[in-house]
Design a protein around this ligand. Structure first.
Ligand SMILES: Nc1ncnc2c1ncn2[C@@H]1O[C@H](COP(=O)(O)OP(=O)(O)O)[C@@H](O)[C@H]1O
Ligand SMILES: Cc1cn([C@H]2C[C@H](O)[C@@H](COP(=O)(O)O)O2)c(=O)[nH]c1=O
Length: 239
């Protein structure tokens, strides 16, 4: 079922009042770990990034292909990520939902967003000269059509701000096969794009207020920070 917002955008019925929190941050900054922590809270629907789809679409691995040859496969991966992110934003299917007494949780926490896929990763491929102009133009046309015609509400962005060095260490520890070739410079470029977008606010539209949590700490200290910020996060506020 669908309806239209006052701006004429397509809206998924029943989703109008759901609070949407996006957890943003560099690769291996601790987003999934954060989502796993909050998944223990009642009435929160948790949606992690569909990385398994990006690693296996009908037997193909666009994530792996992109890291091997970004110029050839960047558009393929990013087109698919844009689709799967849109699907996540619009999905009415309940994610990891603990102790939820309602049919659909009043709050959704999701890992990244269609916005960061475009403003961070597509942008990085393009700026680093690894995405041909025509691929960037086609992806941009798709993104603009989607965001102009479909309501993709986000109420709060939680930015896990971490140093690229920390991410590099954690990435090596996590040891995802496709990511073994990621150099520190790649994480530095992603970090800079995140900082320009969410801290300096000089690059692209920021679709929601931003709550910054420093994410270089060990797990125990991160949990303390999540508890200190719990009320803000669950009320969708950064103040
Ligand atoms: N605060 C932390 N301190 C140390 N290691 C962490 C911390 N948070 C996450 N990790 C580990 O770092 C790796 C990346 O974390 P993950 O949550 O998967 O990051 P992301 O989802 O942002 O890519 C995982 O191996 C995870 O267990
Ligand atoms: C959104 C997005 C992600 N990727 C890549 C970056 C990482 O290798 C994985 C996601 O893993 P993370 O630990 O959750 O950061 O996917 C990409 O290349 N393009 C994108 O738009």
């Amino acid at each position: 079922m669908q309806s239209y917002s006052s701006q004429g955008k397509l809206v998924r019925n029943g989703e109008k009042n759901k609070l949407v929190i996006c957890i943003e941050g560099n690769i291996a900054s601790g987003k999934t770990t954060c989502l796993e922590y909050f998944s223990k809270t009642s009435n929160i629907e948790v949606l992690t990034e569909p990385v398994s789809k990006w690693r296996n679409v009908r037997g193909h691995n666009p994530l792996g292909l992109m890291y091997q040859d970004p110029t050839r496969w960047g558009i393929t991966l990013q087109t698919y990520i844009q689709l799967t992110m849109l699907d996540q934003h619009l999905s009415t299917i309940v994610g990891t939902l603990k102790h939820c007494t309602e049919q659909s949780a009043p709050m959704r926490m999701m890992e990244r967003s269609i916005y960061s896929a475009k403003y961070i990763f597509v942008e990085n491929l393009y700026r680093s000269g690894k995405m041909p102009e025509v691929d960037f133009a086609v992806l941009s046309e798709w993104f603009e059509w989607i965001t102009q015609n479909i309501a993709i509400p986000v109420d709060l962005i939680v930015y896990l701000q971490s140093s690229p060095q920390t991410c590099h260490e954690r990435l090596k520890e996590r040891c995802r096969e496709e990511e073994k070739i990621i150099p520190l410079e790649y994480l530095e470029a992603i970090h800079q794009l995140y900082e320009d977008w969410l801290i300096k606010k000089t690059s692209f539209n920021v679709p929601a207020p931003v709550l910054v949590i420093s994410a270089d700490d060990d797990l125990q200290k991160m949990i303390l920070q999540y508890e200190e910020n719990r009320e803000k996060i669950l009320s969708g506020s950064n103040v």
